[in-house]
Ligand binder design. Structure first.
Ligand code: ADP
Ligand code: MG
Length: 673
């Protein structure tokens, strides 16, 4: 009887596959979908030094993808060579692999794409008077001739996968494929603010950005002022990697290993349900990387709920030798030589900036309208899908995942309010009508953070009393003003109303106190002396078998956090002392809560995370409850103590602590400006 599998074996002889077949196989990895074609061609244009890249697609890229650039172009001979397997101008020998400075290097993209489509290349290098026109279908060269074209390269890819029906079947709907393309081009436009990017789909223009001087201006162009207002700029942060000793083979005076992080990230109040708004670039390359993603989440630890994600636009720059980009054919994964250094550098930098800027959330008097369609590029409303989908597939258990298919389609042609609100869940300012459409062909705008243009000031001069314009304080976006606030009273015995230099503040008394206690307990814990109180009678707590296991695992940590416990018979423990902040009546509940944390999300987590969570539980249980009347002295104390914390923006579980209604917003709401 013939066993399955032996048929192939008995076919015997090994042979080298013809290039055409090899290219088609490579295409399986490199060209997964239309967006991968766009990615490869766009990267080639950028590598060619293009200052302007125009991308045109039809039917989500299935029928047509055309990329036109004004880069260096190709000489006729090179144009022919470019379609040979492993033909590249970017790499000469194996040594070069260690220091890749271009986006491409494998020489696989063009032959792969050409093997699964009908491709037309038109290109001219500065050094040749006439251009070259090459037509290829399914990997077969049909024509190569001279042509009159301007400098640069234009590549048209029609009927993608026309000769690979199996692949065609795996394509998603046209709007989905288009969303992938749009998010890709958008992201590259963010990485190159000094270049022009245009993306059109049929007759509609999805992205059109002209060169600007800074990343901030590009963010403004792409996402609009409302998003920019909610972001904190990192500035330029650098850290040098100190190597203990020069590794063997490396000269003693090895080059400095400096890592540089720039970009933007959102205030903790901006909470997204998935990673669609996290864009990470390493040396100008858009990548997906679990290490950096984890570093970002870690930066927001105890500032944001664990299942929420920020908006982030991070650019990490480092020595090419510090990062291996040759990990995957589509070049979207990297491997760092000193991973934990990179992780900690990114985490600490973002966290430090977050603490320094103490960003204050504003709140809206009326629900916020969707971002004004006029000022946001349609493509920017699309999810960051290509990479996020892959990431989501490999997300650790317990992380909350986005629905698989992003609801991107309707946003393309008809911006719907729901699809385009880029920062859901938190309304920012009173509705003020659409922001003016800005003309970006004009000289670049100077935009200071937090003061992005949102409409001209029209002061109405009528008989309702003058409000001298000088009296409008500059918008206060930092929580460093908390210590100057004057408490006016409480609402619902739960929220403190306070007047400040710039407007009105509302502070949630419970979470404010929680933050104060959390930092206090963390500090005591770090110093190894948590204030404890001895119980008159030990508290006996019965555990389930599961809890028993978790208890054994975290007993030391519990003890260090102020819980003196010891085993007391079968699956029972006796609690003899507890942190001073915890009331006896809360003790059992808090212990179970800690065990639950230890068992749930934290099983694989670090000790540091566990410690933070224990401290957070203690703080939460011990904090002033809502529905508690406070006298003026208590309120004042609370505000001062909050101002003195490292992070007065959010409670250890990630909820906002203080809301700010600026004088400007108050004036606007009263139609005084
Ligand atoms: P890689 O980018 O890995 O080198 P590709 O198959 O993407 O491989 O491209 C092959 C070569 O074709 C490149 O190395 C480059 O020399 C040339 N090339 C491709 N696209 C362009 C372009 N838009 N402008 C100029 N040269 C290009
Ligand atoms: Mg390439």
């Amino acid at each position: 009887m013939k066993r399955p599998g032996t048929a192939a074996l008995s076919m015997g002889r090994i042979r080298i596959l013809p290039d055409q077949v090899a290219n088609k196989i490579a295409a399986g990895e490199v060209v997964e979908r239309p967006a991968s074609v766009v990615k490869e061609l766009l990267e080639n244009s950028l590598d060619a030094g293009a200052m302007e890249v125009r991308v045109e697609v039809e039917s989500g890229g299935r029928r047509l993808i055309r990329i036109v650039d004004d880069g260096c172009g190709m000489l006729r001979d090179d144009a022919l060579l470019a379609f040979e397997r492993h033909a590249t101008s970017k790499l000469r020998d194996v040594k070069d692999l260690l220091s890749i400075a271009t986006l491409g290097f494998r020489g696989e993209a063009l032959p792969s794409i050409a093997s699964v489509s009908r491709l037309l290349l038109e290109t001219r290098s500065e050094d040749e008077a006439t251009g070259t026109r090459i037509e290829i279908a399914g990997g077969k060269m049909l024509r190569c001739e001279e042509t009159a074209v301007g400098r640069g390269t234009s590549i048209t890819v029609r009927d993608l996968f026309y000769n690979v029906p199996a692949r065609r079947k795996f394509l998603r709907t046209e709007p989905t494929e288009l969303a992938h393309i749009a998010s890709l081009v958008t992201h590259y436009s963010l990485a190159h603010p000094n270049k022009t990017f245009v993306l059109t789909s049929g007759a509609s223009e999805l992205l059109n950005v002209t060169p600007v001087a800074s990343l901030e201006e590009r963010v403004y162009q792409v996402f609009g002022g409302d998003v920019l207002d909610e972001l904190v700029e990192i500035g330029v942060r650098e850290k040098e990697l100190l190597l203990a000793a020069a590794p063997p083979g490396e000269p003693e005076d090895a080059p400095l290993r400096v890592f540089r992080l720039t970009g933007f990230f959102s205030r903790p109040q901006v909470q997204k349900a998935n990673r669609n708004s996290v864009y990470i670039f390493v040396n100008g390359r858009l990548i997906r990387d679990r290490l950096l993603m984890h570093a970002l989440s870690a930066a927001y630890h105890n500032l944001m709920p664990p299942a929420a994600y920020p908006f982030a636009l991070l650019f990490l720059e480092c020595d090419a030798e510090e990062v291996d980009v040759n990990v995957h054919p589509s070049k979207t994964e990297v491997r760092f030589r000193h991973g934990s250094f990179v992780h900690d550098f990114v985490r600490d930098t973002i966290r430090e900036r977050l603490m320094e800027s103490r960003p204050a959330p504003a709140f809206a008097a009326t629900p916020r309208i969707a971002t004004s369609p006029g000022s946001v590029q349609p493509a920017a409303r699309l999810p960051y899908s290509e990479f996020s989908q892959m990431l989501e597939n490999e997300a650790p258990a317990g992380a909350s995942l986005a629905p698989e298919e992003p609801a991107a389609a309707p946003a393309l042609e008809q911006p719907s309010a729901e699809a385009e609100s880029p920062l859901p869940g938190f309304a920012l300012r009173p509705a003020a009508g659409p922001a003016p459409r800005l003309d970006f062909t004009a000289p670049p705008l100077e935009i200071a953070p937090g003061t992005a243009p949102s409409g001209k000031l029209h002061r109405t001069l009528d008989s309702h009393g003058e409000f001298p314009p000088e009296a409008i304080p500059p918008p206060e976006t930092s929580l460093s003003v908390l210590s100057e606030l004057r408490p006016l009273g409480q609402i619902h015995n739960s929220f403190i109303i306070a007047a400040g230099r710039d407007g009105l503040w509302i502070i949630d008394q419970h979470v404010a106190h929680e933050r104060i206690l959390f930092e206090q307990v963390m500090k005591q814990r770090a110093a190894g002396r948590v204030e404890m109180q001895r119980l008159l009678m030990p508290l006996i707590v019965q555990l389930t078998p599961d809890q028993q296991i978790d208890y054994a695992r975290i007993a030391d940590e519990l003890h260090a956090s102020g819980f003196e416990t010891e085993p007391f018979g079968n699956r029972t423990i006796a609690v003899k002392a507890a942190p001073a902040a915890v009331g006896a009546s809360d003790l059992e509940r808090i212990l179970f809560e800690i065990l639950e944390i230890a068992e749930g999300e934290m099983r694989g987590a670090s000790l540091d995370d566990l410690r933070r969570n224990i401290c957070a539980s203690i703080a939460c249980r011990a904090a002033i409850k809502v529905n508690t009347p406070l006298d003026a002295g208590k309120m004042e104390w609370l505000l001062r103590a909050l101002a003195a914390t490292d992070c007065p923006m959010s409670c250890p579980h990630g909820r906002p602590i203080a809301l700010h209604y600026s004088t400007r917003e108050i004036l606007k709401a009263f139609h005084r400006i």
